[in-house]
Write a protein that binds this ligand. Sequence first.
Ligand code: JHZ
Length: 402
Amino acid sequence: MKTEKKQTVCRICESKLNDFIYLGKTPFADSFPKEKDKYEKQYQLDIKLCAACQCLQMGHQLTMREVFNDDYAFFTNASPAAVEHFEQYAEDIKQLPQSKGFVFEIASNDGTLLEMMKDHSSKVLGIDACANVVRYANDKGIPTLHGFFNQTRGEEIGETEGYADMVIANNVLAHVENINSFVAGVSIILKSTGVFVFEFQYLPQLINNLTWDNFYHEHRMFLSLTAISRLLRKHSMAIVDVVETPQHGGSVRVTASKDMGHLSATATKLINRYEKPLHGLTDFKYRVINNCEKLKLMVEQLQFEGKVVAGYGATAKSCTLLNAADIQLEYIVDLTPHKIGRFAPGTKIPIISPKQEKARYGRADVYLLTAWNYADRILQKERSYMGRGGRFIIPIPNPILI
Ligand code: JHZ
């Protein structure tokens, strides 16, 4: 069965897409093989530009089922920094009156955020595409449906579970196969007085901060507020507020509603500042190539000097970073039980727990901080390692050895 499709038109407005950057082939970023010699299919990482919506998109269209399977490796609660982020998120949305009613979260993963809302809201319900995380959430008492969300599913859930006062969707708009059907579903399930709150990686920050390793197949869209505003309007919603958050190298949290008044002042300000036109597109490609070359050289120089260089954080984005820059490491250390004992996609670098690392190797001489988005927290945690001469490479935006 042929599952790969080329995406030639914009997923939002159907304008023709233009070539932007090609990063070679990689396997799925969030699928960690159990055996080193397991065959992994590789797919092209070709990023396209929609000039009308001012957003970037993955040129290869993989089916949702290929990307989100029952062996999904990302569990929110395995990352203390992600949990901390959602604690603040929960506090923020509790200020909105709609949060006291029925809160429905799409792509709710292991139920981390809904668990924080459970005692505050009259009803919480999640939906997620990956059976393993759904099982985990239900087992801990967070009601979670299994499956993909779209217009039809929105209609069904509205009829069976009722209509939501608040719909939440974090880091999922960029992932869905049919973004118009997804937002149509949100509009159906949302009460006329409800709010739609969602967070996504903000394209102007991806460009400014050169967080190019966020280009992997799970992410089909790299969204601007111009694109989001156009998308919401197609489905009778509008942005009422936006806040910038540091998540994943620069994200925005949008609150939207069915009140089709003017675009919020906060959104207008960001659009005027970063998106008219989208800054930094012309030299982006050269900055990425330069970043890859410098990083590879830095790692290889250290290895040549006999240093043990390991990865810190088996992140999804490290799949792009390590494969595109063609970097090999001794091992990658990660806290996620589901990833431990497996191998990094493509490079097949072994993933081990901090405990296994201690028993087998002691500590590495240098860590390539593949979870660079948590640099502050990790460097703080690793103060004593650094005090003993341990070092980190921060790969992005300009590789530095500290
Ligand atoms: P983290 C995830 O991407 C998954 P990833 C997903 N693909 C997506 O779309 C984006 O989010 C938005 C580990 N870690 O959050 C835990 C440590 O081991 O950067 C995680 O495996 N020790 C759905 O995977 C990884 O690093 C630590 O001290 O790029 C962090 O993954 C810390 C802080 C983290 O997202």
